[in-house]
Ligand binder design. Sequence first.
Ligand code: COI
Length: 354
Amino acid sequence: MIAAMDILITKAERSKLQDLDLNNLPFGRYFSDHMLEADFEKGEWKNIEIKPYQPLLLSPSLAALHYGQAIFEGIKAYKDKKGNAYIFRPQDNFHRFNVSAERMQMPQVPEELFMEGIRQLISIDCNWIPMKDDHSLYIRPFMFSSDEVIGVRPSEKYKFLIILSPTGPYYHVPMRIYVEEKYVRAAPGGVGYAKAAGNYGAAMLASAEAKMKGYDQVLWMDAIEHKYVQEIGTMNVFFIIGNTAITPNLDQGTILEGVTRNSTIVLLKEMGFTVEERPLSIDDLIEAHKKGNLKEVFGTGTAATISMIKELKYKDYVMNFDVENWKTAPLLKEWLMDIRAGRREDKYGWMWKV
Ligand code: COI
């Protein structure tokens, strides 16, 4: 157990909070006063410190910069109307973090370090949690290899850090999505299910090309047949067809097991939908659209929460949606927001009190 005394705490002399308007925040641009840093050396975690947010001094031969052993998580902290701080399902992110670590041949981070680290950091910077709908304190735990050796092999040393960023919405308006046929995000046997930094870097060219064509993001297709839908940008994706909600299944290892994805499945069932986790082809989607059965399309993610898709373009076929009249995605967003703000009963024990 890593008790309070095992984390060395050095407080910032002056808070930067007064320089910021917590009601008007872009995503991920500002960082709170403190961060957590720990080192993995000789098989154990040590030097666990919470200290003022500051740059790292790194060698140009740092292994992570060359071979990409780097993983991260995204978690959000909220306050209820009484001002109590809560974190949304951090235990699930903790488990996923270590799944990613295993895939990237990195050490496991102990639960006490991850959870107690978050708890203490959030307690110190709790004034940074915005109290406005669609706003939160985004928690970014991450780990990277820190050997100063450019031989290709798993590193012997690693750094684990947690930083906090007060944020507003990731996507402000319903999105236009381009169905990607040339590039792929993940293949069976690859790292698609891991939150590996390289997955995000590797996706940037496809998003940039989609943006040049006037789209906000891409809908990824499977790597083998380019036929089955996978994810949208950095989000999981859901399709409402008739009274059924469909999202791609996880068992090929190409889809990130999103915490918001799982929460959405639970809430959709509570709303009375049949939820199917299964392969869904673009042809079936077009067919459903032509028959008028494709009711809603939305992405889910920690950063993005629920993001509505107003247009999907596949080859020459364009599917436009009347998002103004949608019921399900807005309701899901509202339910999640209400649970997080303490306005709706937390039936599933998702909110973790700091
Ligand atoms: C998240 O939803 O937390 C993500 O990881 C997406 C992105 C900000 C990288």
